[in-house]
Ligand binder design. Sequence first.
Ligand SMILES: [Zn+2]
Length: 403
Amino acid sequence: MEGNGASFSQSREPWGGIGAYDYKKYITASNQLKHTNIIHFNKNLSLNPLNQTLKIMSTTNYMEMEVRMDEENTINEYLLRHDDGTIPVLHDYGARVKIGLEKPRASLTLMSTALSRETTELSLQERLGEAAYDLRHSPQYNEAKDKRIYKGRIWGDQESTGPKPLAKPLAATTLDSLSDRMAGRIAVGLILVSGPLPRLVLNNKKQIKITAEIQASLSWLYTQAPKRDLSWAYDIIPVTVNVPDTLHGSSFETFEAPWRDAALKQLGFKSGFKGVRDYIQKLKTELNTDRAYCAFFTKYTLQHFAYAYSGGPHLVMHYANDGWGVDNIDRVFAHETCHIFNAPDEYAISDCDCKGAYGPDKVPNGNCANCAPNGGVSCIMRANDWAMCDFTRRHIGFTKAHA
Ligand SMILES: [Zn+2]
């Protein structure tokens, strides 16, 4: 089992022994194990992914199990074909495809289930979820992540070359209880809107890429939650509408409304924010979630390539993601999602100040680059980094670790 990823057999150290083993240390020691596909484990192991320790209790029998680390090597994710409630689900794409994680105790039956890739009839959304999971753990994807452009760049940089700054969040029409805090099971509607011209089509490959970027993005947000009490239930709907591209205009709504309302109409909802709210309210009910929001992805011309309505209900992203590129969709999406959950921007040209009262706990914007001590610390609300400052954590209302 050499080749794709790393694998270990009983004869190879340290898997043959009984005892504890520092999984993360081994990843550091051998790049091979990063994003590995299949590892042989011994029976009766117990996993403690929070501190990345893997304990092998017995060496008698052998089994295979897919263990895939997230992009940051922080959590273990499992592709689940069945959900019997014993493995916590992080990404829910439907009854037949879920991505679970963090098993406190290994179960042989479930591990076998996790491996079985029998060709059951999957819905389009389940296929997207599974294909996204596979894509995220492919060498090409990870190479693209390693080489992602404009790493660490401030979202508001205004250099003459490179991508445009992100847009400030737009004002919400009303405060939304559907996105009051980032906690619990959250419904994510993804409406992938194609238009009538070839250049406006989000084909299957692009749909998989979007799904993968969002899966990665929301896995990362999960890892930032002190109580790890987050999960994501998806509703992914590719829609093709037949409205012309709007090439000129001066407001977000001028560009967004034609294709958005056509898509909402196809899905049976009213136009405008009313339709968007009705849609996510329906998601909350049908997917049995605590909260809900939605994102529109499109190749239609937009006022700005990525923006969100502060406090919900939705965000909009252009597939090309301006100069940031498709491989940065994950981080831009995480940034915009934090706006949905009430976090303010922290980069200088957003004109932020260290005052204000954001989120359910009314926390000021203390990491704003214009006024924070020494300019503040790294954060997803400031720059293209996988980092989150404590102020943002409080703005989005993460449940405290020791509440
Ligand atoms: Zn922003």
